[in-house]
Design a protein around this ligand. Sequence first.
Ligand code: SF4
Ligand code: SF4
Length: 155
Amino acid sequence: MKRNIDLNEISDGRLYSSGDMVKADCHDCAGCSACCRGMGDSIKLDPMDIWRLKKGVGKEFTALMEQEIELGIVDGMILPNVRMTPEGDVCPFLDVYGRCSIHAYRPGICRLFPLGRYYEENGIKYFIQIHECARKERGKIKNKKMARNCKLESV
Ligand code: SF4
Ligand code: SF4
């Protein structure tokens, strides 16, 4: 999803390529599930996400629509997103231990977080969303590894 915002307000001002080291390693998110809560409709799902979810959870799209996902409109397009629970405002895939129950087939946006994509004419670069991750003592990780986690993305 594209957003028209000032990159300097939400990042460290740098754009990262595949070979760069980036301070985005959240140490397996141990003890934290902050970005799995109260996310509204922001966890958008692309066709690959849906394919993975269907396969991993073992439900058809219509069955996922009953509880786990919903449809929204982005830039005039109808796109599915993860639906927060009405009672707790948490991701329906977060388990009682505060861990992701669909880790192996979680959405691309969750795989990449706290990195975001920056779309250029010649491809994609990445930036750190400095205000989004609750863990401030993140380690360095090769950007290529984060991006590979995300998709079959050639960076
Ligand atoms: S899919 Fe997993 S990682 Fe993504 S918000 Fe839900 S619980 Fe968190
Ligand atoms: S806020 Fe950061 S450390 Fe916490 S779950 Fe999300 S990515 Fe992991």
